[in-house]
Write a protein that binds this ligand. Sequence first.
Ligand SMILES: C[S@@+](CC[C@H](N)C(=O)[O-])C[C@H]1O[C@@H](n2cnc3c(N)ncnc32)[C@H](O)[C@@H]1O
Length: 311
Amino acid sequence: MVSESESKGHTPVLPKEVCELLSVSEGETVVDATVGLGGHSLLLAERLGTTGHLIGLDVDPKNLDLARARLADVAPRVDLLHGNFAELEELLSTLKITKVDVILADLGVSSTQLDQGDRGFSFRNDGPLDMRMDPRLEVTAEDLVNRWKENELSDVLYYNAQEFRSRKISKRICMVRREGRIKSTKVLADVVCRSMGVSDGNSRRSKIHPATKTFQAIRMAVNSEIPNLETLLEIAPAFLNPSGRIGVIAFHSVEDKVVKLDFRKRKGEEVYEVLTKKPVTACEEERMKNPRSRSAKFRVAKRLGESVSTL
Ligand SMILES: C[S@@+](CC[C@H](N)C(=O)[O-])C[C@H]1O[C@@H](n2cnc3c(N)ncnc32)[C@H](O)[C@@H]1O
């Protein structure tokens, strides 16, 4: 269980940059597509005043509950919806909303998901190999790790997380699972370590655990993270008012490249003005205080022209 004090301790990444670049003003409608623990939502709500509207989405109902508690006393109208940002159209239609002024997506997992062993995201805390952010999903990491062929596994590790040791790792996983299903995060982490000739990832000098990329790649597959991001980027222009802003915080190069290419394409089509020539990253002070910010890359684009449906 995550206590409320723990959720209060959560610090959103790039808080100043998000507020400045999204430049939310009173009375606007903002979609926080990944409300998480409500950190960014709280900051954005402060700028919306009593006439604004904050819509928060999350696939994880437990995070939504935490966000609900944190956002209970803010001034604007708040609607928190359980759902995937790839289903933005359906979710907004439940509120009879067709256009918004700002969309923010802070991608990936939250600290609550990572820290709780029973969610199966962590190679440090043992738990069932689950990794579903959304409990409605039917396929878990255990299903995929025990089902994929060796080359499929290797491709997922390479393409999702650029794990250069993907072949060695997938070979070892396939060897171990012949003896029985791989069911826990600890077993998977140990298999990855052994494929690299390391006995225990936690005791290594390097700060990065050898299983980091493997876990990231499998989590991305379980939760269809890249396809969901591509869908959000595809549909976003249709929901943004003229001069509306979309901001995406990515945490690794695969995600960031998807955002960069989408914004570049829309700029060419005169749908967006790109407000960030290069991705905005955290300053040294934030990097020291909030380690999660070290890999954050924030890009923002502004909707141009008339409000034309591109769906
Ligand atoms: C990094 S956290 C967001 C933290 C949040 N910005 C804050 O300040 O507290 C990412 C959140 O996005 C959610 N999420 C991931 N993919 C999603 C998707 N496709 N649709 C909706 N929520 C998603 C996760 O469940 C998680 O709660």
